[in-house]
Design a protein around this ligand. Structure first.
Ligand SMILES: [Mg+2]
Ligand SMILES: [Zn+2]
Length: 203
C-alpha cells in the first residue's frame, strides 16, 4: 500500500492500526543521570500525558520502547521497574493518556543483545505483536540511539529537545521541543516526510 503521510488518523482503508512509538526517559518523563531507580523519582514531563491522550484521540496506538540497562547493571530489580511503570501508566491515565504496550531492554551494552537500542530488536518485537507498518510509524526519541534504532527497524525517527538534546541532530530528522509540539504538528497533518529517502543519510 502507499504511505499517505497526511493521514493523521488511523487509516480506515488499511487493515492495520497506526502506532506511535515513544522512548521513555526524556520523552515521557524527566531523564535522570543514572535513570529512574525509585518510584519517587519518576516525574512526568509537562504535557506528556495530554499529548499521549491527543495521539490516542487521533486513533494512534502508543507504545513505549525503552533501554533500561540499570536493570542489567543490578541497580534496579525487575519488580522495581514494574512499579515505576505501573506508576507511569497510572499518571498518564489520569490525563487520558493510554499506552498499549511497554517494551524494555534490560541489558547492558556488554550483553550484546539484539534489543538494546540502537539495535532494532525491541521495535521488531512490538511490530510482531501489534502488526504496524514500520514505514508509516513514527519513533519519537531524544538520542542518537533512538534515531538509529528507528532507522534500523524501518521506522521514521523524530527527535525531541525535552531530554538530553543532541548538539547536532542528524539531517532530515524532524526535531520538536517536546511531545506536546510533536502531537500537535502530527495531528494537524503537518508532518509529512517521505521516510526511506529522507532518512538514508542517518545510517
Ligand atoms: Mg531517552
Ligand atoms: Zn536487550
Amino acid at each position: 500500500m502507499s504511505v499517505d503521510t497526511n493521514d493523521t488518523t488511523n487509516d480506515t482503508t488499511s487493515d492495520t492500526k497506526a502506532f506511535i512509538l515513544l522512548d521513555r526517559d526524556g520523552v515521557i518523563n524527566r531523564d535522570l543521570p543514572r535513570s529512574v531507580l525509585r518510584v519517587e523519582d519518576f516525574e512526568l514531563l509537562p504535557g506528556a500525558a495530554e499529548a499521549i491522550a491527543t495521539l490516542d484521540g487521533k486513533g494512534f496506538g502508543v507504545l513505549v520502547i525503552t533501554n533500561q540497562a540499570c536493570v542489567g547493571r543490578g541497580d534496579l530489580p525487575a519488580e522495581g521497574l514494574e512499579a515505576i511503570h505501573a506508576l507511569m501508566l497510572e499518571r498518564l491515565a489520569a490525563a487520558g493518556g493510554r499506552i498499549a504496550g511497554i517494551y524494555v531492554c534490560p541489558h547492558t551494552d556488554e550483553a550484546g543483545c539484539n534489543c538494546r537500542k540502537p539495535r532494532p530488536g525491541l521495535i521488531e518485537r512490538a511490530r510482531d505483536e501489534h502488526g504496524f507498518e514500520p514505514a508509516r510509524t513514527w519513533f519519537v526519541g531524544d538520542s542518537e540511539r533512538d534515531v538509529l534504532a528507528a532507522v534500523a527497524a524501518g521506522c521514521r525517527p523524530v527527535l525531541l529537545r525535552s531530554g538530553k538534546p543532541l548538539a547536532s541532530p542528524p539531517a532530515d530528522v524532524p526535531v520538536f521541543d517536546d511531545l506536546t509540539q510533536f502531537a500537535r504538528v502530527l495531528s494537524e497533518g503537518r508532518l509529512d516526510t517521505p521516510p526511506a529517502k529522507r532518512f538514508a543519510a542517518v545510517k
